[in-house]
Design a protein around this ligand. Structure first.
Ligand SMILES: Cc1cc2nc3c(=O)[nH]c(=O)nc-3n(C[C@H](O)[C@H](O)[C@H](O)COP(=O)(O)O)c2cc1C
Length: 233
């Protein structure tokens, strides 16, 4: 096991989008995936599949789709104000780093595509009446939390990459053109993609990560009631 502590990994695993062209050894990719599959999934279904894309032609196809989708995202960013907590310089860096990936997704030696297979729904009539009465809401909730059975695994990928000296970033821009991604990769209809994760040896530094402080994003016991930091009177 590599000698980096859990909290060091959490505090420094920033989004990395610049990679050396060197291939990532298969043993390391497997270690990353072995960490991914330690994550929880709703009902412990583990209905995930990970596609490791190394073929340059396939990476180029995915890169072109990501590029196209990112044009939309760029327009959305341009129409939105800068998040208040970011300085002008932090926001400039965020835009520059994100923008770099628009043209360089395919340069990463690996693009990991985490997927989930949709589970068949029980037939409504087979359920107790009280459950049938709220079945539409139930299905809405299932749709709303659909990604929550893969995003914990994705976070494990991010941390495992950090621990192994690799870099990555979760990206979702491709979603607008997901059918094209599925067609390129031959993904069946009942399977959805949840991210494109470029992985490689980073040419930029890890963290530190700056975030809004805990006291600013936490309430105690109920909404609106300030959280008192440990040690405060
Ligand atoms: C749900 C989600 C979707 C994201 N999609 C993209 C994306 O499409 N492209 C990208 O470059 N970064 C994407 N990111 C990465 C964020 O931009 C990044 O985590 C954030 O700016 C913080 O950067 P840092 O970890 O380097 O501090 C995404 C992150 C999340 C959590």
């Amino acid at each position: 096991m590599p000698g980096i502590g859990l909290f060091e990994a959490i505090y420094s695993a920033r989004s990395l989008r610049h990679f050396r062209p060197d291939p990532v050894p298969a043993a390391l990719i497997e270690q990353v995936l072995d960490a991914a599959i330690r994550a929880s999934s709703g009902g412990n279904t583990q209905h995930w599949t990970f596609i490791v894309v190394r073929d340059p032609a396939m990476r180029a196809r995915l890169g072109a789709i990501y590029r196209k989708a990112s044009d939309h995202q760029a327009a959305v960013y341009a129409a939105q104000p800068k998040p208040q907590h970011l300085t002008d310089e932090q926001y400039r860096q965020f835009l520059a780093n994100s923008g770099f990936l628009w043209d360089h997704m395919a340069d990463a030696p690996v693009i990991l595509v985490p997927c989930l297979t949709r589970r068949p729904r029980p037939v409504k009539e087979t359920l107790p009446e009280s459950v049938q009465a709220r079945y539409a809401e139930h299905l809405d909730n299932v749709a709303r939390v659909s990604g929550s059975s893969i995003y914990p695994a994705i976070q494990n990928v991010i941390l495992a990459c950090r621990g192994l000296g690799l870099g990555t970033v979760i990206t979702t821009n491709h979603m607008l053109y997901e059918p094209e991604v599925k067609e390129a990769l031959g993904i069946p209809a009942e399977v959805s993609t949840f991210a494109l994760m470029p992985i490689g040896y980073p040419t930029r530094k890890y963290g530190p990560l700056t975030r809004r402080p805990v006291a600013e994003v936490t309430f105690a016991d109920r909404w609106g009631q300030a959280w008192r930091p440990a040690g405060s009177p």
